[in-house]
Design a protein around this ligand. Structure first.
Ligand SMILES: [Cu+2]
Length: 152
């Protein structure tokens, strides 16, 4: 009887190792994600920040992502640019989580200023509620640099 038990233990330990559990830092990230999130893996979607002869804009201005995706804002031209979410134009209950997701914030839901072409700023929507998130670039709000992220 004890033999049976310990054999079972060995088998489940082997299964865990096969899934990357207990392998420490060497555990493949994908294996861990598969254990906790059987849905589509989160992806990173790029939004460009542009200022040129055609005006100041985010491209695409209307972006749809899946819950858990990450948005990477990349400065293309016409700096400085930043990302500021309207506190009253995001889903109910999203504020505190979004504030946490915005690293290096310089104000409420206000990302840092990007100054150089190729600079990026990323916001993860992991754990954030579905809905419409409206945002703008503070230096170019008056010039219509506004955009929307729809989280499905
Ligand atoms: Cu701007």
């Amino acid at each position: 009887m004890t033999t049976k038990l310990s054999r079972r233990r060995v088998a489940s330990a082997a299964a865990l190792v096969a899934f990357g559990v207990g392998a420490g830092a060497a555990a493949p990230v994908d294996a861990n994600l598969a254990l906790t999130r059987p849905t589509i893996a989160p992806k990173t979607v790029e939004v460009q920040m542009i200022g040129d002869a055609s005006g100041y804009r985010f491209a695409p201005a209307k972006l749809t992502i899946q819950r858990g995706d990450r948005v990477k804002f990349t400065l293309v031209s016409g700096p400085p640019h930043n990302v500021v979410f309207w506190q009253d134009s995001i889903p109910k209950g999203a504020g505190a989580k979004l504030a946490k997701a915005m690293t290096n914030a310089v104000g409420p839901l206000t990302g840092p200023f990007l100054m150089n072409a190729g600079e990026t700023y990323s916001v993860s929507f992991e754990g954030l509620p579905a809905g419409t998130y409206r945002y703008y670039c503070a230096p170019h709000l008056a010039l219509g640099m506004t955009a929307t992220i729809e989280v499905k």
